[in-house]
Design a protein around this ligand. Sequence first.
Ligand code: ACO
Length: 466
Amino acid sequence: MATEEKTQQQGDGAVATAEQDTLTVTDNRTGERYELEVTDGTIRAMDLRGIKVADDDFGLMAYDPAYTNTASCRSAITYIDGEAGILQHRGYSIEQLCEHSTYLEVAYLLTFGELPTKPQLERWTFDVTHHTFVHEDIKNLFETFRYDAHPMGMLLSGVGALSTFYPEAKHIDDPEERYMAAVRMIAKVPTLAAFAYRHSLGLPYVYPDNDLDYPSNFLSMLFKKTEIRYEADPRLTKALDVLFILHADHEQNCSTAAVRAVGSSQVDPYSAVAAGVAALYGPLHGGANEQVLRMLRRIESPENVPDFLQGVKNREERLMGFGHRVYKNYDPRARIIQQHMEEVFEATEYNPLVEIARELEKRALDDEYFTDRKLYPNVDYYSGIIYEALQIPTDMFTVIFAIPRTSGWVAQWMEGNDDPEQKIARPRQIYTGHRDREYLPIDDREGPEKITGPPARRPKRQRRGA
Ligand code: ACO
C-alpha cells in the first residue's frame, strides 16, 4: 500500500487521487502514507487493518454503530436514491411496478431477477396458491397463545416453527429446497397472519381458498364468516396488492440486514426470516405504522396539531411515520399510497383520522424544524390509515407489512447465500470495560447496601387480562 506521487494534495487525513481510483491516507500517528483502493465509491474496511502504529498493533478499524455508512453486501435487487426519492426493483421503478404488476409478479421479480413470462407467472402463482395451507400442528401451536397475544409475536413464533416442519430446508444450497422454501414462506405467511388475527378475536381459523387471488385470499382468511365464499371489493384488493408491492423490499433495512446476518450463519431460511420478523416488530421499523395510528388518535382533532408539533420540537414526542434513514426527500411509496386512498375511502367508511394526518403533514412540511432535517412522510404514514379503513385492527398493521416483505427477505437471503464473499456476519467492537481484574471471592466483595433491581421509579408493568 505504499503511496507514490499521484495525490492531488497532501495533509492530514485522506485525499483522493485524480487519476487513480485510490485513496491516499496519511497516518499522523506515524507519518506513514497508505494507498487504499476505491471500488464502487467504497474502500474495503479490511484495507484499514494494514494501518498500524506498531507491528503487533491490531490495525485500524472503522467505527460505524448502526452501519450508517457501511455497505455490508453487494446487491442487485433494490436500488434507492434517497436524495432524489427513487426506488427501483431489479431496475424497474416502483411506480411502473405498482401500475402494471401484481404483488406475486413482483415477488417473482425480486426472487429470480426478471419479470416472469406468462407461463412462469402461471406456474409461480399455482405453486404459491397451493402451498398456503399450514400443518394442523401450527394451528395447535397458535391455540396455546394467550387471547391477547400480539399477532406479531405469534407470527414470529409461527415462522420460526415452520423450520421444524421442513427440516430439509437446511440444505440451503439445494436449488429445489430453496425454491420450496421461497414458495412456502410467501404462501404461508398470510395464513399465519390471518390465524393470528382470528385468534385475537376467538374466531375459528379460515382455511385458504385456492380459487382466490393472493390479496383476496388473505382478506377471506381475515374476514370470512358463514358465507360460502368471501367476496372482497376489487378496489380494496387492488389497494392491498399495491400496498404489498410497496412493502416488498427496501434494500438493507434493519429487518433485511437481520435476515442476512442470521442467514450468514447458514441456518435454514425459515429461521433467518424469523429474525426479519423480529426486527420488523420494532416501533422504529415496521411497528411505526401502528404507532402512527396511535399518535393520530392521541391528537384527536386537527386543531390539536400545532400543540402536538410543538411537543415534537421540544423532543417530548416523535412524529411517527416521518423521517427515514435513507430518504431525505418524499418517500415515493408514500406518494403512491396517497393515490389509492381516495379509492379505498369510496369503498369504505370515511376515516376522520385522515383529516388529522393531512393537517399534520401540511404543517410539518411548512415548518423549518422538519424541512431542515429533511423529515418527510415515509411509507408508514398513510399505510396505517388504509389498513384501518379495511377494518384491520392496529395490532395487525406490522403483520401485514411482514406479508410482502417476506419476498424481499427471501430474495435477499438467496442472494446472500450465493455471494462468494459472504462469510458469517461478525462485527467488531471497541471494548470499553475493565481489563485484568483480580477475582474476589463473594465474601470479600464490597458494594452499596442497595440490592440491584429495577429502578424505583419504573412504573409497574400493568397486568393485562387474567
Ligand atoms: N420526529 C421528530 N424528529 C425526528 C424524527 C421524527 N420522526 N425523525 C428524525 N428526527 C430528528 C432527530 O431527532 C434528529 O434531530 P437532531 O439532529 O436535532 O438530533 C434528526 O431528525 C435526524 O434523525 P436521526 O434520528 O439521526 O435519523 P435516523 O436516520 O437515525 O432515524 C428513523 C430514522 C428511525 C426512521 C427516524 O426518522 C424515526 O424515528 N422516525 C419515526 C419512526 C418511523 O416512522 N419509522 C419508520 C421508518 S420506515 C420503515 O421502517 C418502513
